[in-house]
Design a protein. Structure first.
Length: 72
């Protein structure tokens, strides 16, 4: 496994990312999960998700795209 992947999946890195999203009042994802409810979900599913990522079997859900019109 790559050194970078280990750093990305480290507990400290993921906790820091979670704290930043929570502090920024991150919006609901395409799956309808809010920042307030993600904590329980992470506690229940984190080990399995990490295992899937490490085994290259994780399939992320699609991202919600929003077009921002530019004024010229």
């Amino acid at each position: 496994m790559s050194k970078l992947l280990n750093q990305i999946l480290s507990r400290d890195n993921l906790l820091e990312a979670y704290k930043q999203v929570k502090a920024n009042k991150g919006s609901t994802g395409i799956d309808g999960v809010t920042v307030e409810t993600i904590d329980d979900d992470l506690r229940e599913n984190w080990r399995e998700t990490k295992k899937q990522v490490l085994e290259r079997k994780y399939k992320p859900q699609p991202v919600l795209r929003v077009e921002i019109l530019r004024a010229f």
